[in-house]
Structure formats: C-alpha cells, structure tokens
Design a protein around this ligand. Sequence first.
Ligand code: PRT
Ligand code: ZN
Length: 283
Amino acid sequence: MMRIAIQAKGRLNEESMELLRESGISIDAGRRLLLSRSNDFPVEALFLRDDDIPHCVAAGVADIGIVGLNEVYEKGYDVDVIHNLGFGKCRLSLAIAKGESYTGPSYFNAKRVATSYPNVLRQYFEREGIEADIHEISGSVEVAPSVGMADAIFDIVSSGSTLISNGLKEVEKVLFSEAVLIATPNLSDEKRELLDQLLFRFQAIAGSRGIKYVLMNLPKDKIDEVVTLLPGMKSPTILSLAQPGWCSMHVVISENELWTRIEQLKAIGAEDILVLALEKMIK
Ligand code: PRT
Ligand code: ZN
C-alpha cells in the first residue's frame, strides 16, 4: 500500500484527483476524510494543505505527493522530483509599481520586498549579489506596496491580472512552476514498483493530451501523398472500403495543427473526415 499526499482543497486538488481518476484510481474524496483508500489500486490518499506536503513526503509520512514545484523549492526538504504533471502552471516573479522605471536586478538593492516565498527569493538575491530587505508575509502580498509595507513584491503570477489590478508590473520571472509528483528518497522496492506503474499511467495520459484521432475516407492512390504530409506517422492504419479504389485511413494529429492538416487532407481528396478525442496513448 502506497500513500499519496494530495492538496485537500485549493487550486491543485481537482486536477490531482482527475489525474488519479484517469489513471484508474478512484478515491472517494466526497466524504472529506483525511485519509481515503482506493478500491482499484493499492494506494491511499492523504489530504493536506499544500504547504505540508513536502515535509510529509520527506519524512515518509506519505510515500509520494502532488504539489507545486514552488512549494518544493521554498520548503527545501529532501524529496525526489519524479515527474512534471503539466497543470498548476505559474511563475514566481518580482513586481514593482507600474510607474517605476526598472533598471535590472540591481534595482532591488536596499529595497523592501514582501513575499510568502522568502527562501526562493533569498537564493535569487544571493545569486545576483543583491542586498534587499525581505519581508515575509503569509497572504495578500500584492497589496503590500500600496499600503506602504514594501517597495516590491515577489509572488505567484499566472495570468498577470492580479498584478495589473494592483498597479504593479512584473519585472523578473525567477522560477517557473507546475504541479510535480514528488517521492520520499528511500522508497522500498515494492513501493518503487507501484510508483513505476503509476508513472506509466501518468505518461500515457500526458502522451494523449492535445492529440486527436482522425479517420477519413481516401482514394487509395492518394495514400502516399498523405503519408508525406504527416511524416511522423510510422505506418498508418488503412482499411479497404467496399467501394473499389477507396480506403479508410486512421491517423493521429496534434490539436494545434488540426485545422491546417484537415484543409490539406481535403485538398488531397480525403472525405468524411471524423475527428475523435484520444483518451490514452500507450507506446
Ligand atoms: O490551503 P492551501 O495551503 O493548501 O492552499 P494555498 O492557498 O496555499 O494554495 P493555492 O490552492 O492557492 O495554490 C496551490 C498551488 O497552485 C500553488 O502553490 C502554485 O503551485 C499553483 N498555482 C498556479 C497558483 C496559481 N497558479 C495562482 N495564480 N497559486 C496561486 N495563484 C494566485 C497567486 O497567489 C496570486 O494571488 O493567484 C494570483 C495570481 O494569479 P493571476 O492569474 O492573477 O496572475
Ligand atoms: Zn498553502
């Protein structure tokens, strides 16, 4: 039995639970228990505040966990970062009042900077050789400059709209973060095997993101042209149709080039094109 630490509520909870669900691991979070067992995989979920996840995993209270990389770096505990999960993307950035002119990192010398991430910020200033005054505050960091508590802030930025609505501008992007899977450093062989099974499932899900499964009817003499158009395809699936000279061809196409490819396929002579969601791609 392996124990996975998950954020109890907040920005990472829903997508963490969804990732487990898509991996065939259903956990009944509805009952709001601290600890909840899955019936279909030897794993139990421990629901915690995100701040507590790195420590719990480092101490072996949980074997693995899903948490933002920002928290892993800030807390500094000894955990292995196993896999980037592709959600909860954000960055830790320095921001100053919109009207200030920014001259580079040396701007922060002798400035007061408010943040909930003092350790990441201290390391950045050390690397840059800057002596600033770090004020640790636990919330509402973005209002610190307007109330005269600080000259600048160091905080999580995602869309940037919180900065704009507080009259601030982002001037240095210090750390890019996303949700990551972390593990305690000394996993037993048995748990390592469970972790590998879990990773295999996560990778299959990640591999299918942004990919569509496309079926089309195509004159057989156009097969080579389509294969040239989509060179990534090792060997396309082709089925003969009852109508002589025609086949059904199946390909996978990445979502960001889907419409361009479909126009090209139509121009080649493809008809009755079906685009289907691809749930998992197992290589
Ligand atoms: O209760 P608990 O301690 O578990 O949760 P929390 O309130 O500490 O964290 P939570 O749920 O807000 O965030 C969890 C994790 O989500 C963070 O540690 C990041 O890894 C990640 N994440 C991704 C974000 C954001 N995007 C984000 N936009 N965390 C916070 N924000 C906040 C940010 O603090 C700022 O106030 O959103 C605002 C900025 O957003 P934009 O879009 O206006 O730039
Ligand atoms: Zn938190």
